[in-house]
Design a protein around this ligand. Structure first.
Ligand SMILES: C[S@@+](CC[C@H](N)C(=O)[O-])C[C@H]1O[C@@H](n2cnc3c(N)ncnc32)[C@H](O)[C@@H]1O
Length: 323
């Protein structure tokens, strides 16, 4: 497409796009500070009066109201030497909270949530790179805690092990070296396993098997031990129960489930690492870190018995249940 001479000299469209977020944020701010609600009964007020009533700076409010006039969200009229602001029909109908046709709550959600998410749009678009960074994060802690968690119980009686949500294969590799007689399979989402094959488990280390699937929906293959490392902490009680019940269903009598998690003390006094991780779960997932008693109760509700807890002295501890 050829650009017109005018567009070449003055790319108005791009300038409009560039200002797009300034416009949205101005409208959101006026909504959230309560400008349109204050003026909803047809009152016309000076910027000083609006600032006083809403508890803002006079200068900041004056500039905000002026910009709203430019955006046709407010109208202005002179009265006895004063400039008075009132709602336009558009803001009265759509931006006041009490209006039956209000869009106020969409504006608030855009302002308080979507606006912040869009700050990370670059990272989201570069998602393969981001995913790799996350997987490297997941992988690295097992350099210092991996051996302790797979050795916390003697798992040599289990010869067919599946690591559900096994991600980079770090735990699977630890199992391979601690229990060389056992076959270990990593079960994870197809996209994750594609990255695992590409970046973490080279072809000459392919003693490890792969199984692609969604553990909430797809069949869970036969095994005599299912490992779930840092999986349960991602989910709500309901989803944990759903997943553990599916695992229990896949188990034969005597089969085991091994949870690897950062455990909170029963009196919630620590450890501080688990307390901080729980906050991290709050911002990143649906889940939380839990106490050993909470994991025991989840496992028992899903049908497991003989549940034992083993502390490792490292960040992550281990809970073993049997069917
Ligand atoms: C917090 S990471 C833990 C990874 C690994 N177990 C570890 O401790 O290093 C959660 C893992 O669960 C996987 N996962 C999440 N939802 C899943 C699903 N529905 N089915 C299979 N895997 C899933 C993710 O892809 C990710 O690899």
């Amino acid at each position: 497409m050829e650009l017109s001479k005018q567009e070449l000299e003055y790319p108005q469209k791009l300038l409009n796009y560039m200002d797009g977020f300034l416009i949205s944020k101005t409208m959101f701010t006026a909504c959230e500070l309560g400008v349109f609600d204050l003026l909803e009964n047809g009152e016309a007020l000076s910027s000083k009066a609006v600032a006083e009533r809403l508890g803002t700076s006079a200068d900041g409010m004056d500039r905000l109201l002026t910009a709203c006039v430019g955006l046709q969200l407010l109208q202005v009229k002179g009265h006895q030497g004063k400039v008075l602001y009132s709602n336009t029909d558009l803001s009265q109908i759509y931006l006041t909270k009490a209006s039956p046709r209000t869009l106020y709550y969409s504006m608030a959600y855009y302002s308080q949530t979507i606006y912040h998410c869009f700050a990370f749009l670059n990272d989201a678009v570069r998602s393969e790179e981001e995913m790799l960074k996350f997987m490297q994060l997941m992988n690295s802690i097992w350099n210092i805690c991996g051996k302790a968690v797979v050795m916390a119980f003697d798992l040599s009686i289990f010869t067919n092990i599946i690591d559900l949500g096994g991600c980079t294969g770090a735990i699977a590799k630890e199992c391979n070296s601690a229990y060389p007689q056992s076959k270990v399979t990593i079960y994870d989402l197809p996209k994750v396993l594609e990255m695992t094959r590409k970046h973490f488990v080279p072809p000459d280390e392919r003693r490890i098997a792969f199984h692609e699937g969604d553990f909430f929906k797809d069949p869970i293959p036969d095994a005599d031990l299912y490992i779930l490392a840092r999986i349960i902490h991602d989910w709500t009680e309901d989803k944990c129960l759903k997943l553990l019940s599916r695992v229990n269903k896949a188990c034969k009598p005597g089969s085991g489930v091994l949870l690897i998690e950062a455990l909170l003390n029963e009196d919630r006094s620590g450890p501080v690492t688990a307390q901080l991780y729980s906050l991290n779960m709050l911002v990143q997932t649906e889940g939380k870190e839990r106490m050993a008693s909470e994991y025991i109760s989840l496992l028992e509700s899903a049908g497991f018995k003989d549940v034992q807890v083993q502390r490792t002295g490292k960040i992550y501890d281990v809970i073993l249940g049997r069917k």
